[in-house]
Design a protein around this ligand. Structure first.
Ligand SMILES: Cc1cc2nc3c(=O)[nH]c(=O)nc-3n(C[C@H](O)[C@H](O)[C@H](O)COP(=O)(O)OP(=O)(O)OC[C@H]3O[C@@H](n4cnc5c(N)ncnc54)[C@H](O)[C@@H]3O)c2cc1C
Length: 387
């Protein structure tokens, strides 16, 4: 019997494996991964400087340990080059592998803006454990970091690197923190919290270029980030946290339907027979939700389907906790199609922002500071995202 093949060893791939093994101990499973196959919790990457954890310390198990624990084959450093859905076959660089079912848990690519300058190659992004290890190593003995992007990842790293003793500058063209997730007063509260930690904001301009500045005798070499308003920031390192794009190319080349992500129905099934997708690469019933809660719900449902009981995933209320302890944030993002307005109460950095639709029903919220205590109560009032 051909194995179930899972491509990807992130939280989506490994949680599908874990949930499946609770139901079926024997069916052969092969995990293929472009990285080293270590099991880790990605959200921990933006708390590593606070907790002073190396990449090795954040890893929970290596590929061999995962293989043994779950009775599977894990093939590391394998980049899947294609999928032949008619033959139910995965194409590897010098080989192929036939599957009985295929799970795409491919994650998302980081997006770096089109920068100029002779130091562009030194701009970091941190989207997996290997990136984190390299970034940490590069910062050894260094003092300052410029972060490009003030979204979830940018703000979390701003808080974490400040806690780790670095001087942080953050560039955000939209002009406030977490602009895609929070209304203005909640953004302002997060901005004040981070400023109190020492973060310097450059709101408004775009980053245009990153150059080397070679220090004179007794001086450190620095990187200079040039902004579109003509100003410059000097720092030891630059971290890009501009955004993520679901990895859809492999699916697209194989003829699967894609949009923002790999399109699936509520049972995580793509447009090809026996091919499923979940996690950051997937657009499930119209939702692209690059967070842990949705992928855990998807992994549980998909495991049942793979074990023979076709099971749709339900998305209940999906709050996201943003790890900015300088000003804690919990947000339940408003679904794209919902129209309405924010009702906002603020008291210093404690902001309660409730998004109500045209019928006055709660459809999302953003809470900062002490107001995050309202989370449980509000979760009960919200409708499920995808019942
Ligand atoms: C710094 C940071 C902090 C975060 N914090 C939070 C948080 O607090 N709360 C929250 O809900 N979410 C958070 N997120 C988001 C969350 O971590 C992700 O949604 C989740 O980890 C995605 O898991 P995944 O398995 O879909 O993707 P990934 O972890 O990216 O895994 C993708 C896998 O696919 C493999 N792969 C891709 N293409 C190929 C190929 N062609 N061949 C072989 N293998 C391939 C890769 O090697 C990798 O193993 C955070 C993200 C980051 C970056």
């Amino acid at each position: 019997m051909n194995p179930i093949v899972i491509i990807g060893s992130g939280l989506a791939g490994f949680n599908t494996l874990k949930e499946f093994r609770k139901l079926d101990k024997e069916t052969p499973v092969v995990v293929l991964t472009a990285d080293d196959g270590r099991s880790y919790s990605k959200p921990m990457l933006s708390t590593g400087f606070t907790k002073q954890k190396s990449a090795d310390e954040l890893a929970m198990a290596n590929a061999e340990q995962v293989a043994e624990q779950f009775n599977v084959t894990v093939r590391t450093h394998v980049h899947v080059a294609g999928i032949d859905t008619a033959k139910q076959r995965v194409l590897l660089p010098d080989d192929h592998l036939d599957y009985s079912a295929l799970v795409l848990a491919l994650g998302a690519d980081t997006w770096t803006p089109p920068l100029e300058g002779d130091a562009v190659g030194e701009v970091f992004s941190v989207n997996d454990l290997i990136d984190y290890g390299r970034f940490r190593q590069a910062l050894e003995g260094k003092k300052s970091v410029t972060i490009l992007g003030g979204g979830l990842i940018g703000c979390e790293f701003a808080n974490d690197l400040s806690n780790g003793g670095f001087q942080v500058s953050l560039v955000e063209p939209v002009g406030r923190c977490l602009p895609m997730l929070l209304p203005e007063p909640a953004s302002a509260a997060v901005g004040r919290g981070l400023e109190e930690l020492g973060v310097t904001f450059h709101f408004g301009p775009l980053a245009k270029a990153v150059h080397h500045r070679h220090g004179g005798p007794g001086e450190r070499d620095m990187l200079v980030t040039e902004l579109s308003d003509g100003s410059h920031i000097e720092s030891d390192a630059v971290l890009s946290a501009i955004g993520l794009r679901p990895r859809i190319d492999l699916a697209k080349q194989a003829g699967l339907n894609t949009n923002r992500g790999i399109l699936t129905d509520q049972t995580l099934r793509t447009s090809a027979d026996k091919v499923y997708a979940l996690g950051d690469c997937a657009e499930v019933g119209g939702h692209v939700l690059p967070y842990v809660l949705p992928l855990m719900a998807s992994a549980r449902a998909l495991a049942k389907t793979l074990a023979g009981e076709v099971t749709p995933v339900s998305y209940g209320v999906m709050p996201v906790t943003i790890k900015t302890p300088a000003c804690p944030v919990v947000v339940c993002p408003v679904p794209d199609e919902v129209e309405g307005e924010w009702r906002i109460e603020e008291n210093g950095n404690d902001v309660t922002a409730l998004f109500e639709d045209r019928d006055g029903k709660l459809r999302g919220y953003a809470l900062t500071g002490e107001a995050i205590k309202e989370k449980m109560k509000l979760n009960k009032e919200l409708p499920a995202l995808m019942p």
